[in-house]
Design a protein around this ligand. Structure first.
Ligand code: HEM
Length: 541
């Protein structure tokens, strides 16, 4: 399952997608319809290695074998293939880019297991629910909030984020070693924390415990959610509940801290308003644009209000965002750093690009990362080769979907896009589709195959082609349920990396063995084994 859907580390019972009440009442009738309509889609007979395997949703998460199997099926049956997982469980995989676009636009719901896993771990959430109707409003508010965060004046102090992490890294290094994965996880966690709760999060003494708890809850969430009946008899289940309760308690604590800081900030802003009325208005406006989305009437505000009014409100959106955002950002940053230590020459070129940009502007401005072509293409290329999960998952809970190609996708079917197959398709990406080559995202006009971003003799600077124009580039999904945090994530990741590489050289620790490969672990695809690294502060700049 996807990053935000959580993954299953242990095998658990799979139960069919939860149908809407009207269809559930249909029972056998609905199952018959699913079977009849599903049988019209090309695919193998029901006796496949996956039929009756109760852990198939798990396989969607850890699905190397499923992706491999789907690859063979697509080869044999074409761009759209059905796979029976059980008499009432149908999986349909779509690999052709035209069809993918259509399916991702039309299939508006997520698998019910996704929403259930979030709800079990974090409580009710209007962002990570299964039905599109439930998430529509929350998506819009979040997009508004994140766009405000991208605003120059309201931008997160990433320098402080990185320095906080490096403070932690020092203590980790003193105890032993650091690997790309752990390093990236810390960075992602603090980016998200500081974005949602403000800079106070960076000084919060309980942040380490919060991170550890979040990761522990993330590990097992989907497993417990996949149990048909809550296993009240299991000690593990109650232990999991206890962890979730602790996590919610800590969330409440940081929310309270945030509230206090916000009211102090507002007081300070208002004190500054003792000048002219006009200046006062400006400052008031600024603090409104800065915090309005958080404090008044936004989706997070509902959570916060809920906390304060009834002590039981679970803060589902905040925790859901911390979970999905930090895991997905960590996977991407971890992927980039791994590539950089394995390709030190690329790290050198990125450093030159950063220094050249800084020379032009004396210091790195927030908007400068938009002009760092090699850095951006390195991030895109890492996302292409290492999406957060192997499959995009959707479904349509209520209605059958009729595609232009006259194929009907029955309501309740598990619809998947095998991301790794699409993003490494030779026919789309060329013969080097499986290789790491950031220059594929740079314009041909540059003619600089080695990624050197100096001005070309034609006088033109290389530019990055917008990857979203390529229908086979889907690390953030697409269509009605596409990731709301894409712009924010790409921008924050690029800025953090620019700051980090400007000040530090990241080196591979000697004696590391094993070629890192995309592996599903802790709900997310990661490059494992994760290389051990050393950070060396740069002196000459
Ligand atoms: C590198 C970082 C990230 C990656 C790779 C990523 C990837 C994804 C993907 C693949 C989806 C599902 C899209 C689909 O089904 O079409 C998704 C959904 C979502 N993402 Fe992200 N994401 C990232 C960061 C973030 C951040 C930072 C936020 C917000 C702070 C965020 C918020 C969401 C939300 C709310 C959804 C659910 C949308 C829905 O179900 O309607 N993501 N993300």
């Amino acid at each position: 399952s996807r990053a935000h859907g959580g993954g299953v580390r242990r095998r658990g019972a799979l139960h069919p997608p939860r149908l809407p009440p009207s269809r559930r009442r249909g029972g056998a009738g609905a199952a018959r319809k699913l079977w009849i309509k599903g049988s019209q889609i090309p695919g193998p007979p029901s006796s496949t290695p996956f039929f009756g395997r109760g852990d198939l949703v798990a396989a969607c998460g850890s699905g190397a074998d499923l992706s491999g199997y789907l690859s063979k099926l697509h080869h044999k049956y074409g761009p759209i293939v059905r796979l029976w997982l059980g008499p009432t469980q149908l999986l349909v995989s779509v690999k052709d880019t035209g069809l993918i676009n259509e399916v991702l636009m039309k299939a508006e719901d997520k698998l019910p297991l996704t929403g259930k896993a979030y709800q079990l771990a974090f409580g009710r959430s209007s962002l990570f629910a299964s039905s599109f109707e439930q998430v529509k409003k929350g998506r819009e508010s979040l997009a508004e909030y994140l766009n405000a965060k991208l605003d120059e004046r309201t931008n997160l102090n990433l320098v402080k984020v990185v320095e906080t992490i490096l403070g932690r890294v020092d203590s980790i290094m003193a105890k032993g070693f650091l690997d790309c994965r752990v390093f990236a996880q810390h960075i992602a966690f603090y980016i998200l924390g500081a974005t949602i709760f403000g800079e106070a999060f960076l000084d919060w003494p309980n942040s380490t415990m919060y991170e550890e708890l979040l990761m522990m809850v993330a590990k097992d969430g989907c497993f417990w959610a996949s149990c048909k009946v809550p296993p009240f008899w299991s000690v593990g289940y109650w232990r999991y509940h206890l962890l979730c309760a602790k996590l919610k308690h800590l969330t409440r604590e940081i929310v309270q801290l945030y509230r206090c800081n916000y009211s102090t900030a507002t007081q300070d802003d208002l004190k500054k308003c003792t000048g002219t009325q006009q200046v006062g208005e400006e400052i008031r406006m600024e603090s409104t644009s800065l915090l309005n989305n958080v404090i008044s009437g936004s989706f997070i505000q509902c959570d916060i209000d809920g906390y304060l009014c009834s002590q039981e409100e679970p803060c589902g959106n905040i925790l859901g965002l911390m979970f999905h955002g930090s895991l997905a950002i960590a996977s991407l940053i971890g992927g980039v750093i791994t590539r950089l230590v394995l390709h030190p020459e690329l790290q050198g070129k990125l450093y030159s690009e950063i220094i050249a940009t800084r020379k032009r502007n004396s210091q790195l401005e927030t908007s400068d990362v938009q002009n760092m072509q090699l850095l951006l293409s390195t991030v895109y290329e890492s996302a292409r080769l290492l999406p957060a999960g192997p499959l995009l998952q959707r479904c349509s809970l209520e209605h059958d979907l009729s595609l232009k190609s006259s194929i009907t996708l029955p309501a309740g079917a598990i619809l998947v896009v095998p991301l790794q197959l699409v993003q490494m398709d030779y026919s789309i990406w060329g013969n080097d589709a499986c290789e790491f080559n950031p220059c594929r995202f740079l314009s041909k006009a540059t003619g600089l195959k080695d990624g050197n971003s100096e001005i070309h003799e034609s006088g033109k600077r290389p530019f990055v082609r917008d990857p979203n124009k390529n229908a086979a580039f889907l690390p953030f999904g697409s269509g009605t349920r596409a990731c709301v945090g894409q712009k924010f994530a790409l921008h924050s990741i690029s800025r953090v990396l620019a700051y980090l590489l400007q000040n530090y050289e990241i080196r591979l620790q000697p004696g590391v063995s094993g070629e890192p490969k995309p592996t599903m672990d802790d709900c997310i695809l990661q490059l494992l084994p994760s290389p051990k690294i050393v950070l060396k502060r740069r002196t000459e700049q």
